[in-house]
Design a protein around this ligand. Structure first.
Ligand code: SF4
Length: 460
């Protein structure tokens, strides 16, 4: 399967790529399929059932809201985040939803949007089943979707056979699945990892388009940090988690102005960037999925750090950073998973840390071997990390965890840069270990909020 940087980095809506972005895309895919089959006008009711992790934590992750917006035709990259809540309130208040913005039907939430807290579908922990019926209650169309992480959606085949990924069969110049194959391409071509990834991207778009697209992603990351530094208040959902980024931003600016020479301030800035992104994400704001929403703060934080502190940092460095991060992300997608519901938080925060570590290593002058080493260190020390979001919200431990992982990514890049690229544990071995550890992990630690912190915090 060919995977582009733009599959791994997409502009979306918080708080979750698998629970918000994926369900919104799936709901839109369903009504588009109805329209494509000429069935939209005959549709009198659409029902959606959410299973597995989507059913268990869907309310906290905004999956219900995402489905409603998707039915109206909204897309994660363009939905107006400032009016989304009002649109959903309108549907609930009026009991009507306008499919694709052009066909109005009745909507009864208790009947038409069911979250199964303990039922799962066979294809993946994040399952969705949708059905459309006509005015005589005859079934018009049913489909099953799986939100497999990072906003990727898999659709069941028409005959109800087991779900399969609709693979992109584009032939890229340097096909690879593993880090070893990626390094072989670098050795044979003399290109850095970013160069191999760029050559592959040219299978879909021109270099100018790739550059403009990735710098657009960088722009969206910067806007997300800016908004996160400005918006005060308490995050939605009932945990009463106060936004910390605005206060930290003011403190750091004041310290800077007073000439406070604390050498560890660099860590505080890094934390600030990650907190700002993840607080925006938790409030349903516009974020870049990188490669998931729960872990959306790590890559932007490390990229801001590079842009602000590295001598000679420029847009070309940003471009190479994002290409390298994506090249590493491809290996995670191909050989394991980036879904917390499938392998726990090691697949979300661990993968993002690994991608950021390798990317920083390359733009600071690392060889492909050092980049692979940095990415390996970034994951090795996240192995076994569980996903146990308190209250089913992407807040505790997710927000702070991104700040911690951003610091770890820089640590990993610097450790690798001080070596010569030779090391004992390969990136491929650590990714295989992550996949196996995820398979052994109990379901209660995989985005169901039935274990870990989610059941052990003291209620105030
Ligand atoms: S604990 Fe990790 S995997 Fe789970 S929702 Fe939070 S960031 Fe995502």
């Amino acid at each position: 399967m060919a995977i582009s940087a733009f599959d791994l980095f997409s502009i979306g809506i918080g708080p979750s790529s698998s629970h918000t972005v994926g369900p919104m895309k799936a709901a839109r895919m369903f009504v588009e399929r109805l329209a494509g089959a000429g069935l939209l006008d005959a549709t009198a009711a659409v029902s959606t059932e959410l299973f597995g992790s989507l059913g268990a934590t869907g309310h906290g992750h905004g999956s219900d809201k995402a489905v409603l917006l998707g039915l109206t035709g909204s897309r994660p990259d363009t939905v107006d985040v400032d009016t989304a809540d009002a649109q959903v309130d309108h549907i609930r208040r009026t009991g009507r939803v306008t499919l694709l913005g052009r066909h109005d039907i009745g909507f009864d939430e208790r009947r038409d949007l069911v979250l199964h807290r303990r039922r799962t579908l066979p294809g993946h922990p994040n399952g969705m089943r949708m059905a459309a019926r006509d005015a005589a209650d005859r079934e018009l169309l049913t489909r099953t979707y799986y939100s497999v992480g990072g906003g990727f959606v898999r659709e069941d085949s028409d005959d109800g056979a087991a779900a399969g990924i609709v693979a992109d069969r584009t032939r890229v110049r340097f096909p690879y699945r593993t880090a070893a194959e990626l390094l072989t391409h670098c050795a044979d071509s003399g290109l850095p990892i970013s160069g191999v990834m760029l050559a592959n991207e040219l299978s879909w778009r021109s270099e100018d388009q790739v550059r403009a697209g990735l710098l657009g992603i960088w722009q969206a990351m910067q806007e997300c940090v800016r908004r996160g530094c400005e918006r005060e208040g308490v995050l939605p959902g009932g945990l009463k988690v106060r936004r910390r980024a605005p206060g930290l931003y003011r403190t750091l600016r004041a310290d800077e102005a007073s000439g406070d020479g604390d050498p560890l301030t660099v860590m505080d800035w890094l934390s600030l960037y990650a907190l700002a992104v993840n607080e925006e994400n938790a409030s349903g704001g516009r974020v870049v999925t990188a490669p998931t929403n729960g872990a959306a703060g790590i890559i932007p934080a490390v990229l801001h750090h590079y842009h602000r502190t590295a001598p000679g940092a420029d847009d070309d460095g940003v471009f190479r950073f994002l290409l390298t991060a994506a090249a590493i992300g491809v290996v995670y997608k191909e050989c394991a998973s980036i879904s917390g519901a499938e392998v726990g938080c090691q697949g979300e925060v661990g993968s993002a840390c690994s991608m950021a570590a390798g990317a920083l290593c390359e733009v600071l002058g690392g060889t492909p071997q050092q980049v692979e080493n940095a990415a390996e260190i970034g994951m090795e020390h996240h192995l076994g990390l569980t996903c146990d979001p308190v209250g089913g919200l992407v807040q505790i431990p997710c927000i702070e965890r991104n700040a911690m992982a951003a610091v770890r990514a820089i640590h990993a890049a610097r450790l690798a840069l001080h070596g010569d690229g030779a090391h004992v544990v390969s990136l491929d071995s650590v990714i295989a270990t992550m996949r196996e550890t995820g398979a052994d992990m109990k379901v209660k630690y995989k985005e169901t909020s039935r274990g870990g912190l989610a059941v052990n915090i003291i209620e105030c």
